[in-house]
Design a protein around this ligand. Structure first.
Ligand SMILES: [Zn+2]
Length: 1000
């Protein structure tokens, strides 16, 4: 139309304006970067979370947050964890529960301490006191907490963000001291030796992060033979069978040949041999007793791992002929003689750390000089022998080797002694990764020092019983934690660090006696509650000790150890949920034990376990009723995300967009949340650009479905007609509408179950199916004509709007736990007043029982099958007549250009359809429930003569469908083909139906 012809247009009405078109402020595009923060501001202003979590009428629900470490940027693992929690909490809130969520952060520990140290110049480091280091660490942790908090909030997570729990808060630290104290008084805490990384060159213990592993470290490795003196009776019998005599007592025969059997070990630290107390084997590996040929070893039989026999023949230059193969577990109890000292040792069962990658498969075990050795030694009650002093010099306990030094002459002296004793099978230099002191650049050793332990043995049975009382989801989680708790050694809870909660103990300056009792514990707990953990460093002994000890403060020295950070976070049931006798929870809605803990599956080893152990030790039961775990995030190919692979998905970029928004658009928090709902998180879950695009498509489908529903309600008043509104009572609704409500009820029931079982991916699938199939492809597709073409107030349209209104309000509720922003956006765009300002105040969607009419499903399914068959034929016609086709007349474009004839064969196949058609024909609302409209064609004939010029024809299951061009002309308003066009003078281009609409 040109500008000059415009005036003429007003004389001829545009029929488009007479249609009831979409009207809504709910955007096609999310505009998430702007809109989501607006919605979050609305929630904050209305205090929606606060009101619901504190005033809901239902039960309390405590999902207790496992604290992330307060360091670094948020990654998708955080998103998976916190969004899962939020979905569960929002569902509980919608269901009327008081689901208060107090978020937490783990704030102490070495990584933060190191961050602070690394940020200092060397001159500043020199001036650092424990207190100033703690203050800097505190400030750093707080800054990290604030940064992560902003990220969590941007994802739409609801929580007590203004009052989170931090493991460095005074009241938290005081509660932790309370847990420690209760364990002390119950006799579960003791002091003992444990090997730690030790630097002889700087005479101090080192943390893992203070070690470096320079290339090219070479150790003087040795293979040595420890002569066997006795074997268990069962083993003796098996040896006898292959001609290795043992007397009835189990003693190896001393007559005839000299000692005949040795266990072969390999070590890269010969200096630890004086500390040898056992030889460990892996119970599951095979071992061989081999006859030795050649060499000048005293032994003529060696015990080695079967897999290593060939390699050892080469390495040792010996012939090894296996005589007998045994499982490692059969070797337990063999007694051998220490080749260098007057001492006997036993073969014991170690763990899976014993492999056949190197050595002999039998591991020289010195509990004072290795962590695995220590743990194995614990199991067998071996002493923690550590004949090495702070400087790395061997002590008198090392016998003839006293005075040698591990960094100097200890190795060579001991190797010579082995050779002299005939116990040396081989020595060779061995290059491997070995820890060095990051400051002195000298090798470190493992050396046992005095540490504080929680004796797991004291409450292991109770812990296992508590595990059995908990519901583990998935159930395999129970096996995992059970196995770990069954096998774990005592828990070393002390650390030689500054940034942590102090172990509140005093040592007598002369005798080393420990002062740790109810009086001192209660006093220190009170001081920390008032001043925080810093008080331990701020005050001297006189200022820390209670009466009567304060008077003799000069005799006491305060300890300098802090607690393992797992003890910090493992005390959160006390610090947050108020699980100590007389303790107070952070909020009245929180309770202990919690309803749910939800973390990554690695926490069976970590937080789930540390929390369980402390809770059982103090109160005899688990701190949780249910434990749900999730897997880890991987890229789309199942690889770990890493900077070097370039496959890291940054949640901040996903939500807010990247620098180049064309390449990295701002998808919004809801797309991130939709991803969380879409994955089966019981295993590891993938995420990458392809997945994000698919999710964005699903998001758009849901959004556009909602937009269509909202857009057709702009003139609808949902009150009943009796009250002046437009809503049609359920009993008066056409079959199509009743079917749609049955589908909606089925969706609500399914999704309610999915959320109860935490199976959100099923919700994700059900939601897509509902929006794409039930709504878009069927109901709304058919409804277009009812909504646009009918008169605004026609029953045909109002009944449809009634359904749209009922559906959209429930759809908003169902998606609210996941797509919380979209749900609220829908709610804010409802074009009529509702009682509840927020969708979250409406509560969890429900359906009246009258909607549940499964009997509507079979006839409808039959008709939808027919519809699919017809659609395929229409599609065939479209292909034939598409643009560029040689014979465009053969085709039809929109389905309204078609008429359809359906012929039923008289057989069983067509019986179901015949019944369905009869059901449809019996509807009291033929204006809606008619197959012509449902097929979106202009005319339909069932039975009778086939139309002329059939364009497509198909048969299936006793039904024949024929498609032909519709008779008549196209109505300019409704685009149906009709034969009565031109009969109406006022509207010569319209069909009779449209004329009637316009004339009313
Ligand atoms: Zn028309």
């Amino acid at each position: 139309m040109t500008a000059s012809s415009a005036p003429a247009a007003s004389e001829q009405p545009s029929y488009k304006d007479t249609l009831n078109l979409l009207q809504t402020g709910f955007g096609m595009r999310a505009n998430a970067k702007v809109r989501e923060p607006e919605i979050q501001a609305f929630w904050a202003e209305q205090r929606i979370y606060e009101r619901l979590s504190q005033q809901n009428p239902g039960d309390t629900f405590t999902l207790h947050d496992g604290p992330p470490y307060a360091n670094g940027a948020l990654h998708v693992g955080h998103a998976l964890n916190k969004i899962l929690k939020d979905i569960i909490n929002k569902t509980a809130l919608l269901q009327g529960k008081r689901a208060r969520f107090v978020p937490g952060w783990d704030c102490h520990g070495l990584p933060i301490e190191l961050k602070v140290l690394q940020g200092l110049k060397s001159s500043e480091r020199g001036e650092l006191t424990p207190l100033s280091l703690r203050q800097k660490a505190h400030a750093y942790a707080l800054e990290q907490v604030e940064g992560q908090k902003v990220g969590f909030q941007r994802w739409g997570i609801w929580a007590d963000w203004d009052t989170p729990y931090l493991t460095m808060q005074k009241r938290y630290e005081a509660a932790q001291i309370g847990v420690f104290g209760a364990m002390v008084l119950a006799g579960h805490i003791y002091r003992g030796l444990k090997p730690v990384h030790w630097s002889p060159s700087s005479r101090t213990a080192l943390a893992e992060a203070e070690l470096e592993y320079p290339d090219g470290h070479t150790s003087p490795s040795v293979y040595a033979a420890f002569p066997v003196e006795a074997v268990p009776t069962a083993l003796a019998r098996r040896l006898k069978a292959v001609g290795l005599e043992a007397e009835d007592s189990g003693q190896m025969a001393a007559t005839g040949r000299p000692i005949t059997l040795s266990v072969a070990i390999w070590t890269t630290t010969p200096w630890t041999l004086p500390a040898n107390l056992a030889v460990s084997v892996n119970g599951r590996l095979d071992y061989s007793i081999c006859e030795v040929n050649g060499g000048d070893s005293l032994s003529n039989h060696l015990l080695v791992a079967s897999e290593l026999v060939e390699r050892l023949e080469q390495t040792l230059g010996l012939g090894l002929k296996p005589l007998l193969t045994l499982k490692g577990e059969e070797l337990e109890g063999i007694v051998y003689r220490h080749p260098l000292l007057e001492r006997r040792g036993q073969v014991v069962l170690g763990g899976d750390y014993i492999t056949t990658e190197a050595g002999t498969g039998l591991v020289h075990t010195a509990p004072g000089h290795g962590v695995d050795d220590f743990n194995t030694g614990k199991k067998y009650g071996l002493p923690v022998l550590c004949p090495v002093d702070e400087a790395g010099t061997l002590t008198a306990e090392a016998g003839p080797f006293a005075g040698t030094n591990v960094l100097k002459d200890a190795n060579s002296t001991i190797i010579e002694a082995l050779e002299a004793a005939g116990a040396l099978l081989k020595q060779e230099p061995y290059e491997h990764r070995y820890p060095y002191d990051w400051r002195t650049k000298k090798p470190t050793i493992f050396r046992a020092t005095e540490q504080w332990f929680a004796s797991v043995e004291g409450f292991r049975t109770a812990a296992l019983e508590a595990i059995a009382q908990v519901e583990w989801l998935p159930a395999s989680g129970r096996n995992r934690i059970e196995a770990m708790v069954s096998e774990r050694g005592d828990w070393c809870i002390s650390r030689q660090r500054t940034w942590g909660v102090p172990i509140p103990v005093f040592y007598h300056r002369d005798t080393g006696e420990v002062l740790l009792n109810e009086t001192t514990l209660r006093h220190i707990q009170g001081l920390i509650a008032e001043h925080g953990g810093d008080v331990w460093w701020q005050r001297d002994e006189a200022g820390l000790l209670p009466v009567p000890y304060a008077a003799e403060a000069g005799q006491w020295r305060k300890g300098t150890d802090t607690m393992d950070v797992w003890f910090d976070s493992g005390s959160s049931w006390a610090g947050v949920l108020g699980g100590l006798a007389g303790g107070e929870s952070r909020a009245p809605e929180l309770h202990y034990p919690a309803d749910l803990y939800l973390e990554g599956s690695d926490q069976h080893r970590g937080w789930f376990q540390s929390s369980l152990l402390t809770s059982v030790a103090v109160n005899g039961h688990a701190p949780y009723k249910r434990v749900l775990t999730h897997g880890f995030t991987l890229d789309e190919k199942g690889r770990k995300m890493s900077k070097s692979l370039g496959n890291v998905v940054d949640p901040a970029v996903l939500v807010e967009g990247g620098k180049n928004e064309k390449q990295a658009p701002a998808y919004g928090a809801d797309v991130l949340r939709l991803w969380v709902s879409s994955v089966d998180y019981s295993a590891d879950v993938p995420l990458g650009p392809g997945i994000v695009k698919q999710l964005a498509d699903v998001y758009r489908k849901v959004r556009n479905t909602a937009r269509y529903l909202l857009g057709n309600l702009h003139d609808f008043d949902p009150r009943p007609q009796a009250e002046g509104g437009h809503a049609v009572p359920y009993s008066d609704l056409p079959l199509l509408d009743q079917w749609m409500l049955q589908r909606t009820a089925a969706l609500i029931d399914a999704v309610t179950g999915d959320f109860e079982r935490f199976e959100f991916y099923r919700f994700f699938q059900a939601l897509q199916n509902f929006c794409v199939v039930d709504l878009s492809n069927v109901y709304l597709d058919i409804a277009k004509d009812r909504l646009y073409v009918s008169g605004a107030g026609d029953f045909r349209r109002r009944s449809c709007q009634t359904v749209l209104s009922l559906v959209v309000e429930r759809l908003a509720g169902l998606i609210a736990p996941v797509l919380c922003h979209m749900a609220e956006d829908i709610w804010q765009n409802l074009p009529y007043p509702v009682a509840e300002p927020s969708v979250f105040e409406r509560g969890w969607p429900s359906a009246p029982d009258t909607w549940r009419r499964p009997e509507l499903e079979p006839p409808m399914a039959t008709i939808l099958d027919l519809r699919a068959l017809v659609n395929r034929q229409l599609e065939n016609c479209r292909k034939q007549g598409g643009k560029g086709s040689a014979e465009p007349d053969l085709g039809i474009g929109p389905s309204l250009e078609a008429q359809v004839q359906i012929a039923l064969a008289d057989n069983d196949h067509s019986a179901a359809l015949a019944l369905a058609l009869a059901w449809l024909a019996g509807s009291p609302h033929p204006g809606v429930d008619n197959l012509t409209d449902w097929l979106l064609v202009s005319a339909l004939r069932i039975g009778g003569e086939p139309p002329e010029a059939v364009l497509a024809e198909a048969s299936a299951a006793g039904v024949t469908v024929r498609v032909a061009r519709a008779a008549g002309q196209k109505c300019e308003r409704c685009w149906h083909y009709a034969t009565d066009i031109g009969q109406h003078l006022s509207h010569p281009s319209l069909c009779g139906r449209c004329v009637a609409v316009l004339d009313t």
